[in-house]
Design a protein around this ligand. Structure first.
Ligand SMILES: [Zn+2]
Length: 131
């Protein structure tokens, strides 16, 4: 994200001149300095630009949710949006965010089942006892 800063040292050559710094949102509180005088620059808040977000845990995890057409900031907000959608008759199911180990467990179990079924079929075709 781009953040706007300004040098507020009146004796500095670049006093009151604004400049932009591009950095990660998680680094919003990292101080930036004026290139001319090396004093800490003042971060400016600009309405309409995504500079201010909710403080608190996970505030950098806000993601645009295409299902709702807006930024969802927390699990609680997501649950609330889903409940509201359900109340309107548009029930939604969250998918694709299972822990990776569960996805692997499911894939391995499915593969093992297919393998076993394959050998059962071979045994049946050859007239051998199954298992
Ligand atoms: Zn300066």
């Amino acid at each position: 994200m781009k953040y706007t800063y300004r040098c507020n040292q009146s004796e500095c050559a670049c006093w009151n001149i604004e400049f932009e710094i591009e950095k990660f949102a998680r680094d919003i509180d990292v101080k930036e300095v004026c290139k001319a005088c090396l004093h800490t620059a003042e971060r400016l808040f600009r309405p309409g630009r995504p500079q201010i977000m909710n403080a608190g845990d996970g505030w950098n995890d806000h993601t645009y949710n295409p299902a709702f057409g807006k930024v969802i900031g927390s699990k609680a907000q997501l649950r609330k949006e889903m409940a509201e959608a359900k109340a309107r008759g548009n029930e939604m199911v969250e998918v694709g965010n299972e822990p990776l180990h569960k996805i692997h467990q499911h894939a391995e179990a499915t593969q093992a089942h297919k393998h076993k079924e394959g050998w059962r079929k071979v045994s049946r075709d050859l007239g051998l006892p199954e298992d």
